[in-house]
Design a protein around this ligand. Structure first.
Ligand code: UDP
Ligand code: MG
Length: 310
């Protein structure tokens, strides 16, 4: 069986078209399937659309979050609840074409654990989004030793084995595409051109994008932490030279009243560097704090999935 995981945030107009395309594409694979929609605190009528689909088709499952927890957590909930031998992660807005699922499925059958879809072109997205996304994937791959694929989102098909391992990863900052790369296994990809959204607008605000980027970087690289140390050493060294110079001008040149500006510059510069360092440490500490708090990752309000039924 294939489980399809579709996170939903304000997608009322997209649910029906994506559902129809999913069913058509899934039929081609000849596998049994379930489609799990996770309503991530939508403010529109998405949940009514989902419930009406679920009442008509027993293979449609829905999970209704009590509020907006974010895309990565919605997908995680889908992975936690899915029962298939394969899981497909796909966006609800048509940007990831369901028609690729049979292609990815066939590729998986050649003997891979993960087949992800790599974006060649991105249509209908702002220049800003394209540039920041391109930059992000490249910076991340420079900073980390994990082989995280470039220009690749969460659109992919994975085997149950991968799902089970992802479920065992306890971190609260989910960066699934990175976690799956970290797991290893045999992975391959297909390429595709990313379409524009069917309707509605992106649920990924700048804030959510920054969060994801920071989670990705801090989860898979300690470079920002080391950066604080490196710049600390550099500043200490520069400070040492300055002290020598100050002493020299005080005792040898006897030119010491003029030192005010250099003093101020030093204080401001060092203060700035220290603040940056503290900020970066704070980023990590806040994440450690999140993890030791051990709150549940999400709260389900209502679902038609029966966990014990098999
Ligand atoms: N989404 C979600 N929670 C959020 C934001 C987005 O579940 O807080 C879903 C959204 O409904 C879509 C997918 O995640 O199915 C990708 O989001 P979106 O299309 O808004 O992001 P973009 O494609 O612009 O990066
Ligand atoms: Mg989208």
């Amino acid at each position: 069986m294939i489980s399809v995981i579709v996170p939903i945030y304000n997608e009322e107009k997209n649910i029906l078209p994506i559902f129809l395309r999913l069913v058509d594409s899934l039929k081609i694979t000849l596998e049994k399937f379930e489609i799990i929609f996770i309503n991530d605190g939508s403010r529109d009528n998405s949940i009514f659309e989902l419930k009406s689909l679920a009442s008509r088709h027993e293979f449609v499952k829905f999970i209704n979050f009590s509020r907006n927890f974010g895309h990565q957590i919605a997908v995680s909930a889908g992975l936690d609840m899915c029962k298939g031998d394969f899981a497909v992660i796909i966006d609800a807005d048509g940007q990831d074409p369901p028609e690729l699922i049979p292609v990815m499925y066939n590729k998986l059958k050649e003997g891979y654990e993960i087949v992800y879809a790599r974006r060649n072109k991105r249509k209908g997205e702002s220049v800003f989004k394209k540039i920041t996304a391109k930059l992000f994937y490249r910076i991340l791959s420079k900073l980390t030793s994990v082989d995280i694929p470039i220009d690749t989102g969460d659109f992919r098909i994975i085997k149950k084995k991968v799902v089970e391992h992802i479920k065992k990863m306890p971190e609260k900052q989910k960066f699934l595409r990175g976690q799956m790369a970290w797991l290893g296994f045999s992975q391959t990809y297909i390429e595709y051109d990313r379409n524009e959204r069917l309707s509605g607008k992106t649920g990924y605000t700048l804030k959510k994008m920054l969060r994801l980027a920071l989670d990705g970087i801090t989860s898979f690289s300690n470079f920002p932490l080391r950066l604080a140390t490196i710049s600390g050493f550099l500043c200490a060294f520069a400070g040492f030279i300055l002290i020598l110079y100050t002493l020299y001008s005080r005792f040898i040149l006897k030119d010491y009243e003029k030192g005010w500006s250099s003093l101020m510059i030093t204080i401001i510069f060092l203060g700035g560097i220290q603040l940056i360092g503290i900020g970066i440490i704070g980023e990590y500490i806040s994440r450690i704090y999140d993890n030791i708090r051990n709150r549940p990752l999400y709260i389900i309000d209502e679902t038609n999935i029966n966990k014990t039924e098999e």
